[in-house]
Write a protein that binds this ligand. Structure first.
Ligand code: GTP
Ligand code: MG
Length: 267
């Protein structure tokens, strides 16, 4: 009995050792690919912004699967860019638009669609978020919906910062603001990446002193927003500058008219 027990328990240990090894082996192979394979299977989808110069700056448009942050002062064109992106989304896809500033105007979408020769389609699912709690709840339900609905290929949050800025102002609230922003930027990034969805968040800007000497314009939300973003586009005075992305910083001109966000030549 003793020896049988010993053999059995030894066998169990031996078997579990090898089955654990094979699980580890399987999950390693599932999780990791060589860089060469990754390059071969990479099929990056990009969506047009309405402005060819900006599309070129972004290597073909807004990339699916990652977060693009668009920031700038009031009136710089952030919302117009988001509106135009929705209109130009390929007709087999849908968009979700979370509007925190009450600036979404369906009649503007209709105008951009009409002047660009598109029908005003029922492809944009829009929700307002009136405070931080509502924004976080909208982000959660939008991400759950995207996980279930492969037709949704664009998620816009215009803007990500507005309510945090108002409700979590002051030094004492800063750690809470950073923690909450981090959590929701992480959820957005995970959703974008696992569903190949183009995620666009708009952001406000502020002045920051570098080494106490020079003032420069920086996006709000600090690293919480910037680390999650693959691309960061700064808009101001009808110029767009890619200040975070695979290409060196460079800027282009754009226009805003009845066609929405567009090239200067179309103005
Ligand atoms: P905030 O949300 O205030 O931070 O600004 P924003 O960067 O989102 O600016 P937005 O995109 O709303 O507006 C940019 C500019 O677009 C405005 O200054 C207007 O000149 C122009 N614009 C806004 N709405 C319309 C419109 O319906 N028609 C036309 N032709 N231009 C518009
Ligand atoms: Mg706006």
């Amino acid at each position: 009995m003793v020896s049988h027990d010993f053999v059995t328990s030894h066998r169990k240990t031996y078997d579990s050792h090898y089955s654990r090894k094979s699980i580890e082996h399987d999950s390693f192979n599932n999780a990791f690919r060589t860089a060469a394979t990754e390059l071969r299977i990479q099929n990056v989808v990009r969506f047009p912004t309405g402005c060819k110069s900006l599309d070129n700056l972004l290597d073909g448009g807004i990339e699916a699967g990652v977060i693009t942050q668009v920031y700038g002062p009031p009136g710089s064109g952030k919302t117009q860019l988001c509106n135009t992106l929705c209109v130009l989304l390929p007709s087999n896809y849908n968009a979700i638009y979370i509007d925190t500033e009450g600036s979404f105007r369906p009649e503007r979408i209709k105008e951009i669609a009409r002047t660009r020769g598109f029908e005003f389609l029922q492809r944009i699912l829009v929700a307002k978020a009136l405070d931080v709690k509502e924004l976080e709840s909208r982000i959660e339900v939008a991400c759950s919906k995207i996980d279930l609905d492969s037709k949704i290929k664009l998620l816009i949050v215009d803007s990500i910062i507005y309510h945090y800025r108002a409700e979590c102002a002051g030094r004492s609230k800063l750690p809470e603001k950073i923690q909450r922003l981090n959590k929701y930027m992480h959820l957005l990034l995970k959703t974008a990446s696992s569903n190949a969805v183009a995620l666009v968040v708009t952001n406000h800007q502020t002045q920051s002193s570098v080494d106490g000497a020079h003032n420069r314009v920086v996006p709000l939300g600090g690293n919480a927003v910037s680390y999650a973003s693959k691309y960061r586009v700064h808009l101001d005075y009808r110029r767009a500058r890619l200040d975070l992305g695979p290409c060196p910083p460079h800027d282009i001109s754009f226009a805003i008219n009845e066609r929405g966000f567009t090239d200067v030549a179309d103005d």
